[in-house]
Design a protein around this ligand. Structure first.
Ligand SMILES: Nc1ncnc2c1ncn2[C@@H]1O[C@H](COP(=O)(O)OP(=O)(O)OP(=O)(O)O)[C@@H](O)[C@H]1O
Length: 252
């Protein structure tokens, strides 16, 4: 197993999955989407989760983020078991400890960028840490655009705003599902450089599902799934090497 991904005594682990299985449905129509997956994600690193369509990537992400309850096994977020919480506890964990970034930016069109970023705070009647917010806006390169509405921003800028919104509460982990899927090559590259800056400069932990070897090449570690199993793990790889491993998986 690759030391960049798997748990070690000496390594600080942000998220740990222990023998996690997820079965959808029951009886003869049931689907085993995750089959006894044990995996650790290191703090302050960027991990890409890859695999063929239907291999369980989104299910893994949702179980790891506490959005989906595993059928068996447990998920630890910084030593807190999050797979068996009540609805209310689970919502608290998601609001306070976890950030999400999706392919669609999910910004509210009637609000400006900064209003979108701070909306979760207003709803919770809390005040954001202004210093942190300023450093985020600066790293994301959107400080001068925050008064604009989403339709006045490019796709890449909108995703930057969405990333700032995810990071504003200083989450322990940011989960991203194909965040560059709607962007052109140049904007994708800029978003991935931003993700690297968030990990390298702000010490955030990022776990990202992607189909794209070029995206995975930005990660510190890569997990390869097939049929609900972790079939391979790797440290940093060039895009061509990622593509080669994926082809090998598809051939197996
Ligand atoms: N809500 C559901 N009900 C039943 N089966 C489901 C459900 N969600 C996913 N599945 C099945 O579980 C398996 C894993 O799905 P999942 O979406 O996790 O895969 P994925 O690797 O993210 O796929 P893709 O790359 O196509 O998004 C697939 O066989 C899928 O059909």
């Amino acid at each position: 197993m690759n030391p960049n991904v798997m748990a070690e005594q000496t390594v600080s682990v942000a998220v740990q999955l222990d023998a996690v299985s997820k079965v959808y449905g029951s009886g003869s129509g049931s689907v085993i989407a995750l089959d006894n997956v044990t995996l650790s994600f290191r703090r302050g690193t960027f991990t890409a989760v890859m695999g063929p369509s239907g291999s369980g990537k989104s299910t893994l992400l949702q179980c790891a983020a506490g959005l989906l309850r595993p059928s068996s096994g447990q998920v630890l977020l910084d030593d807190k078991e999050i797979s068996r919480l009540s609805e209310k506890e689970s919502a608290d964990v998601r609001r306070e400890r976890i950030g999400f970034v999706f392919q669609s930016f999910n910004l509210l069109p009637a609000l400006t960028a900064i209003e979108n970023i701070t909306l979760p705070f207003r709803l919770a009647k809390r005040t954001p840490d202004q210093e942190w917010l300023n450093s985020l806006l600066s790293v994301a390169g959107i400080a001068e655009h925050v008064g604009r509405h989403p339709h006045e921003l490019s796709g890449g800028q909108q995703q930057r705003v969405a990333i700032c919104r995810a990071l504003a509460p200083r989450p322990q982990v940011v989960f991203a599902d194909e965040p560059t899927g709607n962007l052109d090559t140049r904007s994708s590259r800029e978003i991935l450089e931003l993700v690297r800056a968030i990990v390298d400069r702000l010490d955030q932990t990022v776990i990202m599902v992607t189909h794209d070897p070029g995206v995975a090449a930005y990660a510190d570690a890569i997990v390869f799934l097939a049929d609900g199993h972790v079939v391979d793990t790797a440290g940093q790889l060039a895009a061509t090497d990622v593509a080669e491993r994926l082809t090998r998986l598809a051939d197996d």
